[in-house]
Design a protein around this ligand. Sequence first.
Ligand code: NDP
Length: 306
Amino acid sequence: MERRYDLIIIGAGPAGMSAAIYGSRAGLKTAMLEMGAPGGKLVKTYEISNWPGITSTNGAKLASDMFEHSTAFGAEYLYGNVVKVEDGEYKKVICDDGNIYEAKAVIVATGTQERMMHIPGEEENVGRGVSYCAVCDGAFFKDQEVVVIGGGNSALEEANYLTQFASRVNIVIRRDVFRADSIVQETIKKNPKITIVTKHIPIKVVDDGKRVIGLVVENVDTHVQTEIKTHGIFPYIGLDPATSFLEGLPVLNEAGYMIVDENCETKVKGIYGAGDVIDKKLRQVVTATNDGAIAAQHAFHEIKKL
Ligand code: NDP
């Protein structure tokens, strides 16, 4: 199957959905390709309190409203797991099911994926106690002790969320300071259900053959290992860009993030990056939607010139 568009957007998170609104409203034949549910990280976020105009909303609700909006002006929503993008007069977007889509411009808005700890016992216990999504799985740990690993905004916000269900949330950090914003740190310190374990790194996930029963952690100074008894482990140790399908193109930096100019365009004309996937400092819903709008608007002007 081969189909031609003016604009293909890969990824239906806030950046991709914003690009779809701007592209389709400008009259471009637009398609948005996504391999999961629309919304990206939004659907995994319990509360959003920095989207201008709405003091506090639920991530899934904002995602659903954005999705409805993104297809309201004619953008098509297609299922597809992209494995390669090729340059040319028409860019080729190749999916793992054999579908190939072509477009005059491509906006990559695939975001980031959660980094794994890469320790023994982790991979085989995903879904049996190891989870990268507190909003999806937190309720399974009602009145139980859970562990969150990491000291960034994600770890602390999700730890706070988990205290609704868990009897105790142990946050394990490898230094004695957090990386998260101070406003987020303050909330954590006030929460009586949270215990902070500093200067420890995760070493091994322990299971009983059916589910997780503990996490072995090691003191970074003394190297003494201890086991925290728990059925739930939530690693939030950072994110990596989802860009492996772009490896043949000269658009990535060493860490795999896309390098773009002020129009969100890469060195390869007609290939854009938007949202968390690009090399930038502030990764937020509001900055992602900004990138999507800029990329789609520039693509529109360039296509009009052709
Ligand atoms: P961060 O990179 O900000 O934090 C990662 C945390 O994990 C750090 O505490 C880091 O420790 C720790 N860590 C990294 N590797 C390991 C390891 N192997 N073992 C143990 N600990 C480890 O990632 P986040 O996912 O929290 O955030 C990503 C981006 O998204 C940030 O820019 C963040 O600000 C933003 N964000 C913003 C939100 C908001 O504004 N509401 C919400 C969520 C995310 P160390 O500090 O020692 O390096």
